[in-house]
Design a protein around this ligand. Structure first.
Ligand SMILES: [Zn+2]
Length: 131
């Protein structure tokens, strides 16, 4: 890339960064970073949204990685859905799913597996673009 300040060519290098700092430090995604020695500025490039989404999904379906705090992330961001729709797919009551999110009900392995299945289904479904 060209440094906007100095107009000189600087190189990107690959860096792993947390998906959302503090909240999801455990989810590392590939990003690119370029540092300009001349003006001491660092530029970050996060990559395309769908690639980041895939990286987050890949983390969540890794055995033993999905925790309670990832449920809303899974529903909103990865599945692009809401509690009602996902509860319906999981065949549970929306209130029950909400209680799990709020730590008022146990997040069982069975439910975790079902959520992981939904992620896998979403990412394995071919998208056909009609012209
Ligand atoms: Zn510069």
């Amino acid at each position: 890339m060209i440094c906007p300040n100095c107009k000189i060519n600087i190189r990107y290098k690959k860096v792993k960064r947390p998906f959302i700092v503090d909240q999801y430090n455990e989810i590392q995604i590939d990003t690119k970073e370029a540092h300009c020695k001349s003006c001491d500025m660092t530029y970050q490039y996060q990559g395309e949204a769908h690639i980041i989404k895939k990286a987050v999904a890949a983390f969540l379906i890794t055995p033993n990685m999905m925790k309670r705090k990832h449920i809303l992330l899974t529903i909103d961001y990865v599945l692009e859905s809401n509690i009602f729709e996902v509860a319906q797919k999981l065949k549970v009551h929306p209130k029950f799913l909400n209680d799990i999110v709020k730590a008022r009900a146990i997040f069982t392995n069975t439910l975790k597996d079902k959520l992981i299945d939904l992620i896998i289904i979403k990412f394995n479904t071919p998208v056909i673009e009609l012209e």
